[in-house]
Design a protein around this ligand. Structure first.
Ligand code: HEC
Length: 109
């Protein structure tokens, strides 16, 4: 199971690196997967975008178990997935995903 996730991450990164034309940045990243089990996000607008982009490396629970956060913080999380962990997510999908997260896990003012 853990191996499958790691392989998926490496393949994703390989794809992203190949697109960028810079194979030297290809690195193997090891991380421990949390022991959580829910694999789907609650239905609603944007659910397809988040399910399509955010389940390659960890479960939906890993996202849904975070405390509610405001838009700025969700934006930072999604940016971190893209920049630090090389998640291949388009800007359009990233915006849809932030909207989705603010709706289902936004901090109530
Ligand atoms: C390329 C792999 C990858 C993808 C795709 C990915 N993540 Fe992550 N994510 C990680 C890693 C690695 C961690 C850190 C490991 C941990 O926290 O257990 C993480 C951690 C998190 C966390 C925990 C809090 C934090 O800041 O570390 C949240 C929330 C999260 N991801 C949300 C998302 C969302 C939303 C998406 C889709 C936009 C996404 N992830 C897509 C790799 C990924």
């Amino acid at each position: 199971m853990i191996r499958t996730y790691a392989l998926a991450a490496v393949l994703l990164m390989a794809g992203a690196a190949a697109q960028a034309g810079d194979l030297k940045t290809l690195k193997k990243i090891n991380f421990d997967m949390p022991d959580d089990s829910a694999i789907t996000f609650p239905a609603g607008p944007g659910e397809e975008a988040i399910s399509g982009n955010c389940l390659a490396c960890h479960s939906a629970d890993h996202v849904m178990n975070q405390p509610p956060m405001d838009r700025e913080h969700w934006h930072e999380v999604v940016e971190k997935m893209i920049k630090a962990y090389k998640a291949p997510i388009t800007e359009e999908d990233a915006a849809t995903i932030v909207d989705y997260l603010v709706r289902v896990k936004g901090k109530k003012e």
